[in-house]
Write a protein that binds this ligand. Structure first.
Ligand SMILES: NC(=O)CC[C@H](N)C(=O)O
Length: 196
């Protein structure tokens, strides 16, 4: 089984390392053709406005939606979670709303923890894990609305930060920046359910 990491910008190398630590085959994805034969794809953290622009330049919007429709698992972390959302808030009021892939029925608010709590690490209780996960938040978004089909799996201070809808996972934090590989392992299990 091979999984991909979207490698346009951001923390894709760290995701790659975690996946390789677990023995998974990993491919960096930059072009539509790179998606062929993958079981899952991680969209990393970074800067979502930049990634939105690059998705257009590399012609990836429709291929990513097709990848999802054909059963590929997706996991967006931080900026990647913003890319997956059906609605994005928290951008500049003078700009049109930032577009998303719309593969996850959530509203996500960018930079939601404000300046004072710009970056922090919190032990996070995640449904499905026996002990807390050390979650690193960096100018993180929060999920302010979850659709009926979406399960909220973790919260910080009453804010939802980790969700699942079918074969799509999204996390507000950076799971690739710690040595804890449990969430990557769960993602590989989800991706492995794809039949080839
Ligand atoms: N660490 C991150 O991925 C930050 C996300 C960034 N604030 C954005 O809106 O895209």
């Amino acid at each position: 089984m091979t999984v991909g990491v979207l490698a346009l910008q951001g923390a894709f190398r760290e995701h790659r390392q975690r996946l390789e630590q677990l023995g998974a085959g990993v491919r960096e994805v930059r072009l539509p053709a790179d998606l062929a034969g993958l079981s899952g794809l991680i969209l990393p953290g970074g800067e979502s406005t930049t990634m939105v622009r690059l998705l257009g330049e590399y012609g990836l919007w429709a291929p990513l939606r097709d990848f999802h429709a054909s059963g590929g698992a997706l996991w967006g972390t931080c900026a990647g979670a913003i890319l997956l959302a059906s609605e994005v808030t928290g951008g500049s009021p003078s700009l049109p709303p930032q577009p998303g892939l719309g593969l996850l029925d959530i509203t996500v608010q960018r930079n939601a923890f404000g300046r004072q709590a710009d970056s922090f690490t919190a032990p996070l209780d995640v449904e499905g894990l026996e002990t807390p996960f050390p979650a690193v938040f960096i100018r993180a978004p929060v999920i302010t609305r979850v659709g009926e089909a979406v399960r909220a799996l973790a919260q910080v201070g009453g804010q939802t930060v980790h969700v699942q809808q079918g074969r799509v996972l999204a996390s507000s934090f950076h799971p690739e920046l710690t040595n804890d590989t449990r969430l990557h392992r769960l993602f590989l299990a989800l991706a492995g359910e794809r039949a080839y």
